[in-house]
Design a protein around this ligand. Structure first.
Ligand code: SAH
Ligand code: SF4
Ligand code: F3S
Length: 452
């Protein structure tokens, strides 16, 4: 590669799920390896990389608009290049490939979800040949974890254990843009976790579209519980994972919540709908009763486990009764957090061909009712923490007040506490400190740091 990146600057715009956040740390690592420097804004950057998401329509349209509007931003003074180079990767890159370069003539590079490592070569080729460079592969051979990384935080790490998805939920585009599920060998995962443990990383989050089916492609059977054991053995203090599919959550994994030192008492278990008719149409392959049975088993192991979920409102054909089944399920489970989405039609998925005649206002009204309930239940769930002392992993300072620390409890609640007298935030960021909770709001707890 003869292009000189020294003296150049880059910024990365990342959308979508944690897999993209993980990949964005790899893009940063690769560009820094070439001698380019990270900057915060597009104006200061000579190379702009978008890691995109197309799971819902809104993000999709925004990306095209955002890239289009970059045409007129002046080249940075001091840039080693003749123009600002723009690369689009991630799920829209994978889905649209050449179409992106046709619709956005000033776009330079398109890459997909399977060839993150090709980005430096594609950029060089675009710079040297002054031509758009596009590479999208149908299938991947490597895990992006093998690429150099510039991790956002030294004390937390994402650790992908699978990529892709085999579930084909009828509304979802992810299996089409991320490909079939592939697991990383257990030894690779254990080795990476060990390195993080030695480097003093406090929290590891295992990643996959459905971590519970981990290993089926490699070992003929799911072995997610073995992954949990191996990562726990790394000595890292906090272990989390996302995402779990209810159809594959085994009793073995549930039991680990009671036995593994590092496994945090929090689980994200997307339910999507509380109606069996809609669950079947979504191809989720479990029932409301099965899901509630899982919650019961989890609570038998960890009575106050913090639960969160994803819900889609307005799936094609959803009736008021279907919606109320979802509403009652949310009321019954009492989630600490619910990510609520209005159904978004994705071309090429089976649901896109289903009859969908519910008026927009009806769906919006259901959505608003659900959000009200979610807030009420989240507030209730947080009250249990009042007057207790919780260990908080300090992540930074509050957005509104830099003299207030912000961090996460074991249950993943946001916790605020004033910086103790005589200390600076930097002294505590990345450490776990006990906080006495005296206020419990809907979306956060607050209190004071106490002596350990
Ligand atoms: N693999 C993860 C989630 C991936 S997408 C899982 O199965 O849990 C994250 C969330 O986006 C999904 O859980 C779903 O609630 C939502 N989602 C996916 N496709 C959608 C669509 N077409 N419209 C609205 N929401 C959608
Ligand atoms: Fe999409 Fe379903 Fe796979 Fe999740 S499990 S990524 S919702 S197809
Ligand atoms: Fe979005 Fe792709 Fe993740 S579509 S949710 S970035 S897998």
């Amino acid at each position: 590669m003869s292009t000189h990146f020294e003296g150049s600057t880059f910024c990365i715009h990342t959308f979508g799920c944690q897999m993209n956040k993980h990949d964005s740390e790899r893009v940063a690592g690769m560009l820094e390896g070439l001698g380019s420097l990270p900057v915060a804004s597009i104006e200061e950057a000579d190379i702009v990389v978008f890691l995109t998401c197309c799971v819902r329509e809104a993000a999709d349209t925004r990306l095209y608009g955002q890239v289009a509007s970059m045409k007129n931003i002046a080249v940075r003074e001091g840039s080693p290049f003749d123009k600002r180079y723009i690369a689009v990767g991630g799920c829209i890159g994978q889905r649209d490939g050449e179409k992106l370069t046709e619709q956005l003539p000033h776009l330079d590079v398109v890459f997909g979800t399977h060839n993150l490592g090709s980005l430096p070569g594609l950029l060089s080729s675009a710079i040297e040949n002054r031509r758009q460079a596009v590479e999208v592969l149908a299938e991947g051979t490597e895990f992006s974890s093998a690429l150099p990384a510039d991790r956002e935080h030294t004390w937390a790490a994402w650790l992908p254990i699978t990529v892709g998805c085999n579930n084909f939920c009828s509304y979802c585009i992810v299996p089409y843009v991320r490909g079939r599920e592939k697991s990383r060998p257990l030894e690779d995962i254990a080795e990476e976790a060990r390195r993080y443990g030695e480097a003093g990383v406090k929290e590891i989050t295992l990643l996959g579209q459905n971590v519970n089916s981990y290993g089926r492609d490699l070992y003929g059977e799911p072995r997610f519980a073995d992954v949990l054991d191996a990562v726990d053995a790394s000595g890292v203090e906090r272990l989390r994972f996302a995402t779990s599919h209810p159809k594959d959550l085994t009793d073995e994994v549930i039991a680990r919540f009671g036995t593994l030192r590092s496994l945090m008492p929090a689980l994200h278990l997307p339910v999507q709908s509380g109606s069996n008719r809609i669950l079947a149409a979504m191809n989720r392959r479990y029932t409301r009763e099965h899901y509630l049975g899982l919650i019961e088993k989890l609570r038998a192991v960890v009575p106050d486990i913090a639960l969160s979920t994803d819900i889609i409102v307005g799936f094609p054909g959803e009736t008021e009764e279907d919606f109320m089944e979802t509403y009652r399920l949310v009321e019954e489970v009492g989630y600490g957090q619910v990510f609520t989405f209005i159904y978004s039609k994705r071309e090429g998925t089976p649901a896109a061909a289903m009859e969908d005649d519910t008026p927009r206002e009806v769906i919006q009204e259901r959505f608003d009712r659900l959000v009200d309930l979610v807030q009420r239940k989240a507030w209730e769930a947080n009250q249990g923490e009042l007057d207790t002392i919780v260990p908080v992993l300090i992540e930074g300072v509050s957005k509104r007040d830099e003299l207030v620390l912000a961090g996460k409890s074991p249950k993943n609640q946001t916790v605020h506490a004033p910086v103790p007298a005589g200390l600076r935030p930097e002294d505590l960021i990345g450490t776990i400190v006990p906080v006495a909770i005296d206020e419990a709001r809907t979306w956060y707890l607050s209190g004071t740091v106490v002596d350990a």
